[in-house]
Design a protein around this ligand. Structure first.
Ligand code: NAD
Length: 262
């Protein structure tokens, strides 16, 4: 059987460059990549630079996409039209973007994860269980994250994923239960709220803590990523897993086989 062909959207970016290395070291074929035209000079000359996502889709079995939230809609349409799988790691998506992802997933296999690290996905599963076990009126859930100074969205996709996991464990929705960006006279904390705080600075790859604060005890789950490569290798693992699967929207927990325990 010939090795799978993986393309990388955003191949000149921090994640894109690592993804190109990880695809090659995994034994898959690097089908090349896309980026903004002015970034072409930043990629190695032995990597095919495709003019657009449709050309990359035609050359790939799966496209691994870590770009920018403004760049989600075109791949959704192009990959669905080409029948190419999609591993999507971009964060900061709008509701419209997420709808486009779901529509694409009706036609092609898609793995969409705010964080491709195996450790974070285990933390998400644990968060759901803890939230189900700890009454919301007794344990206040707070999510604190820190990232490098270049990060453009907040809270991080992983922090929102943690918030969703807590909401699911409590049987509520995240929307309407969020408290974030507290500043000034905010009033007392709302019972059952899921709080978010974002720190930005230096070159921190990604740190997330989920704290359940009770009157007499605190329980915290912390994950620290020291190297972006953990996301790149996780995304390539997802690409291998999703290649040839039926259309559908899959999570990293599906890839890791921990979805049933979540
Ligand atoms: P980056 O800015 O270094 O790279 C993004 C690249 O995408 C750039 O080279 C940019 O030119 C390119 N790009 C922008 N618009 C494009 C378009 N329309 N077509 C093709 N390329 C385009 O950013 P990064 O640190 O590599 O992160 C990229 C995204 O991945 C962000 O949304 C980030 O939050 C997310 N991310 C997700 C995970 C995860 O595990 N899911 C991990 C790390 C980063």
């Amino acid at each position: 059987m010939s090795p799978p062909r993986f393309g990388v959207a955003g191949i000149a970016g921090r994640m894109g460059r690592l993804l190109a290395e990880e695809v090659r070291s995994s034994g898959a074929v690097l089908a090349g990549g896309t980026d903004r035209p002015e970034r072409q000079a930043a990629i190695a000359t032995d990597i095919a630079f495709h003019p657009d996502i449709a050309a990359l889709a035609a050359a790939s079995d799966v496209v691994i996409d870590f770009t920018h939230a403004s760049a989600v809609i075109p791949p959704a349409a192009a990959l669905a039209a080409a029948g190419t799988g999609w591993v999507l790691g971009t964060t900061g998506l709008s509701v419209t973007d997420e709808t486009a992802v779901c529509e694409a997933a009706a036609r092609i296999p898609v793995v969409f994860a705010p964080n491709f690290s195996p450790g974070v996905n285990l933390v998400l599963a644990l968060a759901r269980r803890m939230a189900a076990a700890l009454p919301a009126e007794e344990y206040d859930a707070e999510i604190v994250e820190m990232h490098h100074r270049q990060k453009v969205d907040a809270p991080s996709g992983t922090a929102l994923g943690l918030g969703r996991a807590v909401a699911e464990g409590r049987g509520v929705t995240l929307e309407g239960n969020t408290e974030s960006g507290r500043d000034g006279h905010t009033g007392a904390r709302r019972t059952g709220a899921i709080g978010f705080a974002a720190l930005r600075g230096g070159q921190v790859v990604g740190e997330h803590t989920l704290l359940f604060a009770g009157a007499s005890e605190h329980i915290a789950l912390t994950h620290r990523a020291f190297d972006r490569r953990v996301f790149a290798s996780g995304a390539v693992r997802a690409a291998r897993w999703v290649a040839g699967r039926p259309a559908g929207l899959y999570s990293m927990a599906d890839v890791l086989g921990i979805a049933a325990e979540a």
